[in-house]
Ligand binder design. Sequence first.
Ligand SMILES: CC1=C(/C=C/C(C)=C/C=C/C(C)=C/C=O)C(C)(C)CCC1
Ligand SMILES: [Fe+2]
Length: 542
Amino acid sequence: MDLIFGKNKKEQLEPVRAKVTGRIPAWLQGTLLRNGPGMHTVGETRYNHWFDGLALLHSFSIRDGEVHYRSKYLRSDTYNANIEANRIVVSEFGTMAYPDPCKNIFSKAFSYLSHTIPDFTDNCLINIMKCGDDFYATTETNYIRKIDPRTLETLQKVDYRKYVAINLATAHPHYDGAGNVLNMGTSIVDKGKTKYVIFKIPATVPVGILQPGLIVTVYVKVSPFPSVVYYHSFGITENYVVFLEQPFRLDILKMATAYMRGVSWASCMAFHREDKTYIHIIDQRTGKPVPTKFHTDALVVFHHVNAYEEGNCVLFDVIAYEDDSLYQLFYLANLNQDFEENCRLTSVPTLRRFAVPLHVDKNAEVGSNLIKVASTTATALKEKDDQVYCQPELLYEGLELPRINYAHNGKQYRYVFAAEVQWSPIPTKILKYDILTKSTLKWAEEGCWPAEPLFVPAPGAKDEDDGIILSAIVSTDPQKLPFLLILDAKNFTELARASVAVEMHLDLHGLFIPDTDWGAKSQAPAEAPQDEASDGHAVPRA
Ligand SMILES: CC1=C(/C=C/C(C)=C/C=C/C(C)=C/C=O)C(C)(C)CCC1
Ligand SMILES: [Fe+2]
């Protein structure tokens, strides 16, 4: 397992041509760009957690039935400082690092006191964000790194704090129809208060870099210090934002002393199973929340799947856990040979649908179900003190890394594409879940670990599932090369696979850039391949 998780991956700087079998649809022209941790050891030092690894970008360029692969480490300030020192000198989620190991406790304390809130890492390893014509690697701190999606070169470092008062921001922004970015962030101590901020980055950002003043704050929710909710994503409907105040919290007082105590940020996070989860529904135009206090049981959600409005309700779907075991399992010490034993989730990720009434009749009877929508069995029960208790509908058990046809984001939809996971967090299958018929289609192959399945719509698509699924597959079998899998999203049959003789890493998230999307200013990139497929086999043209 260390081969897949802990081993440092080599970059593939020159595009390498993949060996394609099957037929790639002629319309599929563009670049699949993805991000994830690729290096966990620097010199003699090793990160503790898989989410700490240095960001390794990789891309599959698909053009005229051919596929070219390349990968490059994000040259973040963190990467450069580590490589120069030949050891880990910047703290990450699960690893606290000390730039100068000779410093005693007093100088450590001084170093802390001179940074009331630490300058977090710019190791943007989680996702890729599109802003106008620009692309950024993202993580959950205040930094994003602009990248060149063609060459995977690292460009400017952008500090969100220059534009909006936040210390943390999600790596899962949303986009509206005009391409404006909607994201959420947290200001951890602003005049003694914690603020959750919804902000917008207009798509008209000038080519180059974010400009001050271009980020517009939409909503700020304030909660008393020191409670800081940890959240990894949020949901949007046409008019609302769905924000889950889950009892999975960062303890700011612990964080303030973590550096001195020599413990990681991750150790300052805790799940409080005795608490409730509060559901906030915020009007995007006014920034005002629906005033009723909606709550549900304690849960942990990393990924929102989709949300939409129906019959005076907001319906929203999430992948929910009953504890925080997911983050515990990704400590590299667990991801070793005894992986099967060490790596059992104590709670299986489940797809759950919540229904929240937008208007609550003050006279409704206590105990009555306020949901009149026929499409779900989720309930919202009126309580004595005008609170509403939401009980979700369980749709499917054992899935993570959900994706949808993004044209249906915020709207009614039918299909969830995801990786199937059971008691271990490692995906072994790709799955299509039909919410209407509650049926599934699956793809699996011996020893194959699929990445998040990404849906790309076919041109002129009519049905929600008219298109293909892209997933990068790594294998536990050393004889089997990693490959890009292309499935027909309708019936889940394999259309093609593109194998590459490289060390591919298990990644997290990414996006597909159709060639038609490259800014008018530039052409789709031409590849100058180092020809891997020149072994005489014909590369089929669709
Ligand atoms: C560095 C750092 C953080 C990083 C968190 C990361 C990197 C989380 C990654 C989560 C993933 C990959 C989840 C997948 O489902 C915090 C805790 C926000 C705050 C303190 C500083
Ligand atoms: Fe994520």
